[in-house]
Design a protein around this ligand. Structure first.
Ligand code: BEZ
Length: 387
């Protein structure tokens, strides 16, 4: 070995010995499984934008760790969900999966994440079982359970003195569970649900169901729809002449990210959700300003949930100085994290679902405006979770 080679080798060895661990690590692989097509496409886009905004605010890294992104369009199609999530787990071998919007797709993702022990952060889908019967140490949610906004809407509708309600939704986990939450809150407050109406996801042929509502004349209608389907429902409800006579109370997704497209038909709709556009706090104001600057668009609840998914991951990584291999301390830090969200600070339940205030909002212009706290610090019951 010549002397020059020995000197170079010695210098390299010394450099590695003194370089912090993080600098030697490959980027953390983050796999987004979100809808890029179909009725929830806009929701997926906002989640990804929110996630990346937080990373950008941290200098393009999380806890000093570079990220490498992988993407799969899940099309909000549960029948393709297992194949799709395995593209991220087996083909791309990601460290963390962030997804998705649709509850049925997310349930399949949670199964695959549990089996493969891949970390999963759910930035929207509310399927109760994800932080209930299917809970796992490696599965977290930065959004809500379907039960939460549904239950709060039921409480509000009963407080407003409505006695007879009809519900309308898509017939899949999110719709069914949100309606179940509504029934629980409404009946506890003395109301009675007369009839539950539904149609298959993602159908938007509402006419026959609207005719039935007009015939039954309930005091109030509770609805869960989101994305493109929510736009069509709100317009059809108005066009059918129902808006004037039978008030809608909704899970907030009915009017979130959709107000521009819904126009006059949405004005005045009351809804319950863990976010309101005009929450006048320094944290929310700074977030909305930063989002508008980065994307020339207004943030919505989906952007907040994506942003907070990145914050949650960042909290775990910070505790282990970016060393993702230190799984146990990282999970422990995520479990006890207090997330400084634009919605307000929240912590996680023992089943890893946000414990959060659910707000009453009213659609005004292009904002869902804050009208008060419908239920304070609401924790999903986490039924069936054994961890
Ligand atoms: C869900 O499928 O869980 C869902 C979809 C859109 C908005 C909210 C929930």
């Amino acid at each position: 070995m010549n002397r020059r080679f020995t000197l170079v080798a010695a210098a390299l060895a010394a450099a590695f010995a003194t370089t912090p661990l993080m600098a030697q690590q490959a980027p953390l692989k983050v796999g987004f499984m979100l809808p890029a097509t179909g009725t929830f496409a806009a929701l997926g886009e906002m989640i990804e934008k929110g996630f990346k905004l937080h990373v950008q605010e941290q200098g393009g890294k999380l806890a000093g760790r570079e990220l490498q992104y992988f993407k799969v369009d899940d099309e909000s199609d549960p029948s393709k969900a297992t194949d799709n999530v395995n593209k991220l787990i087996k083909r791309d071998q990601v460290d963390v999966i962030v997804g998705t919007v649709h509850s049925g797709v997310a349930l399949a993702m949670a199964r695959a994440a549990k089996e493969s022990n891949t970390m999963l952060i759910v930035p929207n889908a509310g399927a109760d079982a994800i932080t209930g019967a299917q809970c796992a140490p490696n599965i977290f949610r930065s959004s809500f359970s379907n039960w939460q906004p549904g239950y709060a809407a039921g409480v509000v509708a009963a407080q407003k003195g409505y006695k007879r309600a009809m519900t309308i939704t898509w017939n899949y986990a999110a719709g069914q569970e949100t309606v179940k939450g509504f029934n629980e809150g409404f009946e506890k407050g003395g109301g009675k649900v007369m009839k539950e109406l539904s149609l298959p996801f993602p159908n938007v042929e509402f006419q026959a169901l609207l005719t039935e509502i007009a015939a039954q004349k309930p005091d109030v209608v509770f609805a869960f729809f989101a994305g493109g389907g929510a736009v069509k429902f709100v317009k059809d409800y108005d066009a059918a002449g129902l808006k004037k006579g039978i008030p809608l109370v909704a899970s907030g997704f009915l009017t979130d990210g959709t107000l521009e497209a819904q126009g006059a038909s949405a004005q005045g709709i009351l809804s319950t959700l863990h976010y309101a556009d005009n929450l006048d706090t320094p944290r929310n104001n700074a977030f909305r300003k930063s989002f508008a600057l980065a994307y020339k668009a207004n943030a919505d609840v989906y952007a907040v949930q994506g942003y907070d998914a990145a914050q949650l991951l960042g909290a775990g990584l910070a505790a282990v100085k970016g060393d993702f291999a230190k799984r146990e301390p990282m999970l422990a830090a995520m479990k006890k994290a207090s997330i400084d969200s634009p919605r307000g600070k929240f912590t996680l339940s023992p089943q890893h679902n946000p414990v959060q205030d659910i707000f009453l909002r009213e659609a005004k212009g292009t904002n869902n405006e804050y009208r008060g706290v419908a239920v304070k610090a609401l924790a999903d019951p986490g039924r069936g979770c054994r961890m």
